[in-house]
Design a binder for this molecule. Structure first.
Ligand code: PLP
Ligand code: SF4
Length: 388
């Protein structure tokens, strides 16, 4: 059965449950301690990319299999054996599965969806650079990911051939940043930059660090949740040479906070790298307060700072994940005051047409005039504050 939304309580219970899908280990003939399993290159090479293999790891009915085959005509599928190992093999609504396994819903492209909903092409002065905000730019260094998230904004471009940038493309992008002194913060993104090997990644980072006006280098990667084995001592030793480095990752559901993922986060933070998390609000995955709270509290316990919570972008074939905007606002309203302030991410819509991220959230202002402002606190009680 494909995943249709079920009764909310049942759903929450199913979502909270963490499972180990042992079929994955027997299929690949490994154990959780095998050297192959712990080797990120092995995991990457053995990514699951077709319905036949997947159907041997989780129970798929014929409707799901045909859904996967149909959507593969438009979008690639790939997920690491590790990610498959944390799926519930018998539950089509497993949050891990919903994020990584295509469905027939992806065929339903809506009129307001686009291949490039954020109009990134328009803000691209040279290939692989997106320069939208005055002081920071995005540098796309890879087209591959450990897994292709079904809700990805760059979904239409994911998995394109060519594992790394050519040295010519790289020189042009670095040249643009070097010649644009207002850029003080570079977001190394993709795809997933950590799918490059250490030497390749180091050439990118070293190139950026050599530019005097580049103060901050940030890396956007889903490795901690999709391929935690990628966070090796050698990688961290390399990155440490180029501080200040920041990393933002993506965890969307508390079931992703496994022992391996928590270790990867701890190792990153122990290397002196501030680690943030950007989640996407996904219907049926994390669009209820209890799941979101468990995720956020789990992240801060792992020393990961929740940074953004995105309203799902208007990318093609992701309509089944989109929540009403009010749903996210309500979750933030319920969490504000209830849990630590630093556990609450900023809810944003990355607006279509290239306007960037716009914060949205609950409104606490009851009224405001020259004399006073009347505010509602998190419990709904009113308080006034006198104007100067
Ligand atoms: C998100 C984003 C950034 C970074 O924005 P911050 O709010 O600083 O995290 C920069 N450029 C582009 C194009 C972006 O989409
Ligand atoms: S890891 Fe990021 S870039 Fe890659 S598919 Fe997922 S959301 Fe897209």
């Amino acid at each position: 059965m494909a995943c249709f939304r079920r009764d909310d309580e049942m759903l929450t219970e199913a979502r909270m449950k963490m499972s180990i899908n042992t079929r994955v280990f027997s299929y690949f003939n490994v154990t959780p301690d095998s050297p192959e399993w712990l080797d990120w290159k092995w995991q990457f090479k053995h990514r699951i990319t077709d319905a036949d293999t997947l159907s041997r790891l989780v129970a798929l009915d014929s409707g799901e299999i045909s859904g996967i085959r149909q959507s593969l005509d438009n979008f690639k599928m790939a997920l690491t054996p590790y990610f498959a190992s944390i799926m519930d093999p018998g539950d089509a609504c497993c949050p891990i599965r919903m994020q990584s396994v295509p469905s027939a819903y992806e065929m339903g492209v809506l009129p307001w969806e686009a291949k490039d909903p954020l109009d990134e092409e328009h803000d691209s002065p040279v290939e692989n650079i997106i320069h939208r905000y005055p002081d920071r730019a995005v540098f796309l260094v890879a087209r591959q990911c450990a897994m292709y998230c079904r809700h990805c904004v760059r979904k239409a471009h994911m998995g394109e051939e060519g594992f790394a940038l050519s040295s010519d493309d790289m020189a042009k992008a670095i040249g643009y940043i070097a010649n644009t002194p207002q850029i003080r913060d570079v977001l190394v993104s993709g795809g997933d930059p950590l799918m490059l090997d250490d030497a390749h990644l180091e050439s990118v980072i070293a190139g950026l660090r050599a530019i005097e006006h580049v103060e901050i280098i940030r890396i956007g990667t889903r490795a901690p949740s999709a391929l935690p084995m990628r966070i090796t001592p050698a990688l961290l030793a390399m990155l440490k040479k180029y501080h200040p480095i920041w990393i933002n990752t993506q965890f969307n559901h508390p079931a992703e906070l496994t022992r391996e993922a928590l270790q990867a986060c701890a190792d990153i933070v122990d290397a002196g790298i501030p680690l943030g998390n950007q989640s996407v609000l996904l219907k049926g995955v994390n669009d209820d307060t209890e799941t979101m709270k468990a995720l956020l509290l789990g992240l801060v316990k792992a020393r990961v700072r929740p940074y953004y919570l995105y309203q799902c972008d208007l990318c093609e074939g992701a309509g089944h994940f989109r929540t009403k905007v009010e749903a996210g606002i309500e979750i933030i309203r319920q969490l504000t005051g209830a849990i630590s302030g630093f556990a609450i991410p900023k809810l944003v819509i990355d607006v279509p047409g290239g306007g960037g991220k716009v914060p949205i959230g609950p409104d606490y202002i009851e009224s405001i005039d020259d004399e006073k402002i009347v505010l509602r606190n998190y419990q709904g009680k009113q308080y006034s504050y006198h104007q100067p």
